[in-house]
Design a protein around this ligand. Structure first.
Ligand code: GRG
Length: 288
């Protein structure tokens, strides 16, 4: 797994030269290159590998997805959204570069990422078009942004649907969307069939839901050092989370049950990397 992370880090650096006007490129690169887990690009690359595709040709897409993820973190931390001063263990983007530059850095990442998918593509034009479609779909108003909007609504106590439905909608869109994007893109690059795409998508959907439950639990039980951002924030802001709605024990049970479904779907692909990712999340919740 570390070799995939290193490959992604190397490419992220290479794809983002600092040129005039330096302020924007420094702000873009700052959050992207801070040490995150690189789960989404690694999951994209591993999907390509396990389906027999060319991992090298997936690098622009994998990095573009990490850029989209970084954009969502930068905007999520802004005072008008979650208002968090720390991210990935360091001051958040707006704390370092100011609010205007942080907004622009997010916008710039959002537009630069699909440019990269097209510009660096060594894939057939039809495949590249499909990848850009997936990118705009899952990063857009009907997925990632919708999840964030409902998250903000719910924080203000505005629930249009039941708490259960609202929470599922938030998790599936705010967090699930980028895991689905990563693994669907990997499947498309590897030339997987519609049936495979359906299976992989089902895994990513369940994994995304489980990952947000994991994130909710970690927010409750971990320290700033472990999280790299302010701990206990969800509770303090009265956020609708799995822990606030179902309690810690039931949240853990739901996480375990989703992980079992994920193992069941992925086992036939014999992927050590997916097994490792899931084991790491499980162990962290056990405090191992
Ligand atoms: C696309 C215009 C546009 C806006 C985005 C701000 C926003 C709308 C969405 C916020 C989405 C968000 C921050 C979801 C949280 C997902 C989550 C659990 C992030 C943490 O992921 P990790 O743990 O982070 O993988 P690292 O730092 O390891 O990469």
């Amino acid at each position: 797994m570390q070799n995939l992370i290193d490959l992604v880090d190397k490419k992220l650096n290479e794809y983002m030269p600092i040129v005039y006007p330096e302020d924007i490129f420094k702000a873009m690169k700052y959050t992207v290159t801070l040490p995150g887990k690189r789960l989404r690009p690694v999951m994209c690359l591993e999907t390509v590998r396990m389906l027999g595709g060319d991992v090298e040709k997936a690098l622009p897409t994998a990095c573009a997805i990490e850029m989209l993820h970084a954009q969502s973190l930068i905007h999520d931390d802004l005072p008008c959204m979650d208002n968090d001063d720390f991210r990935r263990g360091k001051p958040s983007n707006h704390k370092v570069f100011g609010e205007a530059n942080a907004v622009l850095a997010g916008d710039a990442l959002l537009t630069f990422a699909p440019q990269l998918i097209i510009e660096k593509s060594e894939l057939p034009a039809e495949t590249t078009l499909k990848l850009v479609y997936e990118f705009t779909k899952w990063g857009g108003a009907y997925a990632l942004i919708a999840g964030q909007v409902v998250d903000i609504q719910s924080e203000g106590g505005k629930l249009i649907k039941s708490p259960e439905e609202t929470l599922n909608f938030i998790h599936l869109n705010k967090t699930g969307a980028l895991f689905r994007l990563a693994m669907r893109s990997g499947t498309i690059i590897a030339g997987g069939s519609e049936k495979t795409l359906g299976e992989i998508d089902e895994f990513a959907k369940k994994f995304g839901l489980a990952f947000q439950i994991y994130d909710d639990i970690m927010d409750e039980i971990s320290s700033f050092e472990e999280l790299g951002k302010t701990a206990g924030k969800d509770k303090n802001c009265g956020k609708l989370t799995y822990v606030s709605l179902y309690g810690l024990e039931d949240a853990k049970n739901k996480f375990d049950s989703l992980m079992l479904d994920c193992y069941d779907i992925i086992k036939k692909y014999n992927s050590n990397i997916f097994t490792n990712i899931m084991k790491k999340l499980e162990n962290r919740l056990l405090g191992v």
